[in-house]
Design a protein around this ligand. Structure first.
Ligand code: CTP
Ligand code: MG
Length: 229
């Protein structure tokens, strides 16, 4: 089933501490951003890719798209102060009103199977997010004192992609802007509308390149996948 992917790429990568947007850092000599773009460029069901980037990085990114022959990018929007602003800017640049997947440009290892399940779930139910089960015991603490142990069975660690019918996500983003609400993911904005958001079980290797040690993990994932090919 056909979809559009929106990749917010306008962050600063502060936690990576590289002094530049972490998406330009390389894993096996290829920028993280390109690894992520390739997943969607190669997926026949992905009909267009929309990027949200920093104004001052647009030229560099356009150069990378040419160099690595990424062909499906249909629009490059100007990102905003917060991730949510970047996503909304990207959403406004989407021309088709079908299924939209929002995916962190910093998560290059998402599996094709999960993408398809998300698209299917959003088509059927409106909204779906990728998630994995919490592996460790989870407790709630206030000021360093444990208040309770939370039933792990009901806990999910939420990732991206997050898939939506365009009209639902558009309404959620618009309302959040009007009400000055800043969420930590798109699902949160859609939950506020009273819409049901479904979970699609993803994989633990769909990690976000956030801190230095994630790069080591990223290289290891690429090595493993190469051996399996
Ligand atoms: N992002 C964005 N616009 C922002 C902030 C983030 O498009 N204003 C993007 C990032 O480029 C990244 C994704 O959202 O692809 C997830 O964000 P995160 O991992 O937090 O990346 P950064 O914000 O760049 O990193 P940090 O929070 O460490 O500064
Ligand atoms: Mg951030």
């Amino acid at each position: 089933m056909i979809y559009t992917v929106l990749l917010p790429a306008a962050g600063s990568g502060k936690r990576m501490g590289a002094g530049q947007n972490k998406l330009f850092l390389e894993l096996r000599n290829v920028p993280i951003l390109i690894h992520t773009l390739r997943v969607f460029d190669r997926d026949p069901n992905c009909e267009q890719i929309v990027l949200a980037v920093k104004k001052e990085e647009k030229v560099l990114i356009e150069r990378l798209l040419k160099e690595y022959r990424v062909t499906k990018v249909s629009a490059i929007a100007e990102g905003g102060e917060e991730r949510q602003h970047s996503v909304y800017a990207g959403l406004k640049a989407i021309t088709t009103k079908g299924i939209v997947l929002v995916h962190d440009a910093a998560r290059p290892f998402i599996h094709q199977v999960v993408i398809q399940q998300l698209v299917q779930a959003a088509h059927t139910s409106g909204a779906a997010v990728a998630a994995v089960r919490a592996k460790d015991t989870m407790k709630k603490a206030v000021n360093g004192i444990i208040q309770e142990t939370i039933d792990r069975e009901s806990l999910w660690i939420i990732q991206t992609p997050q898939a939506f019918q365009y009209t639902i996500l558009e309404k959620a983003e618009r309302l959040a802007e009007v009400e000055n609400f800043l969420g930590t993911d798109e699902a949160m904005l859609v939950e506020r509308l009273g819409e049901r958001v479904h979970i699609v079980e993803s994989t633990y290797d769909n990690v976000k390149m956030t801190t230095r040690e994630d790069l080591l993990y990223g290289e290891a994932i690429l090595n493993k996948r190469e051996q399996e090919e």
